[in-house]
Design a protein around this ligand. Structure first.
Ligand SMILES: [Zn+2]
Length: 284
């Protein structure tokens, strides 16, 4: 999965950090990130702080992977001639690029940076009094100097659901009407006041009209594209197996046997890992 970067280690703890010319510096503009793809080595690289014009302002510390520190450049940062061979990419474009195994750490880094960039970009003013927010230098937070409100990074809980039929030889595969084109599982955001298991029951009923039982947790995954923490669950249908698809959300929902499961083109998502586990006959 995208977060599986072992033996590299991800350090998300916030502390005030000094930056130097060799630190990685993400620069986002309208949701796209400045990056360079090397087709020959199938690798991905990002600018360093030293590549930007010296008048670009103070970058914000994001996280480290091993000894490499990653910063976020201010939105008004000035691009210098050193950046001429970099281009702006959406995360979806980066996700679809063929990447060598060791380059997958870079993909996880840019996804994680996007999560924090989106949060900073969406939170420039205090929702309570409207005053511009400032960066807290003790923890990962924004604060309002007038009314003292504190805002922490947004992380949306959501579930991914592998639904098996009663004989456990078929899994319910979906395709969404918009967005990602490949095979998926039933999924949805947790609403206020419900447990993750209740989200599973509600989403399955809303999207495919089925009752489920034996809901069991599998694994979780941070998924920065929607600022999510995804929790994967398996369960079995309880009673009638007739699918009643929500046509507003899905364009395909069918019971599919192990041999017929079509996996996604890469192994970044929890959804794909769950489909793969079923397809390979693994214990679920
Ligand atoms: Zn305020």
């Amino acid at each position: 999965m995208i977060q599986d970067i072992f033996p590299a280690k991800f350090y998300n703890h916030y502390k005030e950090q000094k930056f130097c010319a060799s630190d990685s510096a993400f620069f986002f503009s309208e949701g796209k990130v400045l990056a360079r793809y090397n087709q020959e080595s199938q690798s991905l690289s990002f600018p360093t702080w030293g590549d930007f014009h010296s008048q670009s302002g103070v970058p914000t510390y994001l996280f480290s992977i091993d000894n490499q520190k990653y910063f976020l450049m201010p939105e008004k940062a000035a691009l210098s001639a050193d950046l001429f061979d970099f281009s702006f990419y959406t995360l979806r474009q980066l996700r679809d690029l063929p990447l060598a195994t060791e380059a997958k750490t870079s993909l996880f880094a840019v996804f994680s940076a996007y999560h924090l960039w989106k949060w900073y970009d969406d939170n420039k003013f205090c929702g309570h009094c409207g005053h511009p927010l400032e960066h807290d230098f003790v923890e990962r937070a924004l604060f309002c100097p007038v009314c003292k409100s504190k805002i922490y990074p947004r992380i949306n809980p959501a579930v991914i659901i592998g639904i098996l039929n009663q004989t456990k030889d078929k899994i319910l595969i979906t395709k969404y009407r918009t967005g990602y084109a490949h095979s998926a599982l039933v999924a949805g955001f947790t609403e206020f006041g419900e447990t993750l298991e209740q989200t599973v029951e509600r989403e399955v009923m809303e999207e495919v009209g089925l009752k489920v039982k034996n809901i069991r947790y599998y694994k979780s995954q941070p998924w920065a594209l929607a600022q999510d923490i995804l929790a994967g669950f398996f369960c079995e249908v309880d009673g009638d197996e007739t699918i009643r698809m929500d046509e507003g959300e899905l364009k395909y929902a069918e019971w599919v046997s192990r041999e017929e499961v079509e996996l996604q083109p890469n192994d970044y998502s929890l959804t794909n890992e769950m489909m793969k586990l079923f397809k390979s006959g693994g214990s679920i």
